[in-house]
Design a protein around this ligand. Sequence first.
Ligand SMILES: [Zn+2]
Length: 400
Amino acid sequence: MIDTSTQERVLRRIDDREVVAFTQEMVRLESQNGNEGPIARWLADRLAQMGMEVRLTDVHRGRLNVVGVLPGREAGIGLLFHGHTDTVPFLNMENPLSGEIVDGCIWGRGACDQKGGLAASIMAVQAVVRAGIPLRKGLTVAAVVDEESEHRGSYALVEQGIRADGAIVTEPSGLRLVLACKGTVPIRITFRGKVAHGATPWLGVNAIEKAAKAVLALGELPLRAVDLPGLGTMRGSINVGLIKGGTAYNNVAHECSVFLDRRMVPGETQATCLAEIRQLLDRLAAEDPHLRAALEVDRPDWEWEPIKRRGLNPAVTPPDAAVAQALMQAHRAVVGEPVELGYTNGYMDMDFLVNDLGIPTANYGPGDLALAHSDHERLDIGELLTATRVYALAALEMCL
Ligand SMILES: [Zn+2]
């Protein structure tokens, strides 16, 4: 544990008004998925001004990952802050770029998911720099693109082989310490039938009827639950979210596609989930020879093959990992109470860090996940400031 005078020295360097203004500025920089270039260049400048070594990587058509490193005396990175610069589309949000403060919250698209977390981590690094405390190991901020769609940003970090002793994913967790996430397999099942006139349906095969049968059977699939020590019981799930089929009310539908979201628990993989559904479809086909279905990994916004092959997997970090311990201590020091521990039902890029890069990774961040992607997205300023302090202390713990 780092002595309290060093901690105080760093915490005194956090200027609350500056943290808020920095976050507002980020919210005002439009960066809907696909347009991460401008915010990346802006961040690169800010990180360089702070004295970080900055690397910009063009991940895909001007969409830039930013990696800033504050080197330590020894080789290697003690802590990596991970955040994404892209946001979901504005949708029906009013004034999505306002960044204005109402009732103690910063409003705007991306305020919660997740410019607040990214801003807090950068302000934490700045406090460490300003306090003039020489680090033993390096401190890194990685701001990546495309978390909201094909995950090309984190995929690129893996290709670069980035290394660190521990990582913090700065996605909103409501200041809970989240040490596991589920995986997700987006699946498309296409049912094929045979066209006929609606007046003589017995001459055709109705693909919508076959799909309906399968959708009901999918609801009956037994799903696995696993106990994660210290974190709770995690359960898999299936949601049929989109269905497309048929040509007219008075035609027999020759095709129907069902898109579903299969959420995975540790121990399951994309391959095991596909096999399970294939088995179910084969059983239905054995009972009904007219039921013909093809199965593939697909979702409407994906066209990039590597992510379809790789999949988005569940990830777990044990509570005794150094980065988890550092966050527990830091949270207690700042908030005065132990941090709440758990997992998320959602998916997070911690998958890439844990499973591909072998970096123990925790998620801790400001913001209420229920507000992410919503038309009333906002970020509680109190949480933003707490996260900044917790990040700063965790950085000392991992890098001194
Ligand atoms: Zn996010």
